[in-house]
Write a protein that binds this ligand. Structure first.
Ligand SMILES: Cc1cc2nc3c(=O)[nH]c(=O)nc-3n(C[C@H](O)[C@H](O)[C@H](O)COP(=O)(O)O)c2cc1C
Length: 146
């Protein structure tokens, strides 16, 4: 019998001082910590917003979320989906940065209450199935324009 996992999605506002260099640092340290804590997930970007899925044991996800909440590189963190599950959606990613137009549009719509968090999770899961790793030069513009 597999033990139950927690999968949550939050959206937060990107801090004004975040650049593509600090984004790379965030992702690199998230990958290192998450491998250690057996957490998987994805960090998506929308104009001025982060959307992040974390999945793993309930304890590990809870402790990681507590650390992330205190991080000054973003604020206004809002958990928009939080479920218990037996299966990971992002098992090949300890953390990956994802930049695509639909993720960005959905993130804004979920933040504005126009779409449900689980719809964004489903879209991100589809992206995971394609296994992209993107560092486009447009990323900085996308990340920093509010
Ligand atoms: C948008 C964002 C996403 C983050 N994602 C993770 C993550 O998935 N895992 C993680 O351990 N830390 C993540 N961090 C970093 C944590 O906030 C924190 O800096 C890190 O866990 C180290 O914490 P410590 O210095 O208290 O050990 C993220 C930070 C930000 C701003």
């Amino acid at each position: 019998m597999s033990s139950l996992l927690r999968r949550l999605l939050y959206i937060s506002r990107i801090g004004e001082e975040v650049t593509d260099t600090s984004l790379r640092r965030i992702v690199a340290s998230a990958q290192m910590n998450n491998r250690r804590n057996d957490i998987s997930g994805v960090l998506a970007l929308a104009p001025g917003l982060f959307a992040q899925v974390l999945e793993g044991s309930p304890d590990a996800v809870g402790q990681t979320l507590q650390r992330i909440r205190k991080d000054p590189r973003h604020d206004d963190l809002l958990v928009v989906d939080d479920t218990t599950t037996e299966h990971r959606f992002f098992d090949r990613w300890s953390m990956e940065l994802l930049v695509d137009d639909i993720s960005a549009e959905l993130t804004v719509a979920v933040r504005d209450g126009l779409r449900e968090g689980h719809e964004l999770v489903a879209h991100l899961r589809d992206q995971h199935a394609k296994d992209p790793v993107w560092w486009p030069s447009a990323m900085k513009t996308l990340a920093l324009s509010a």
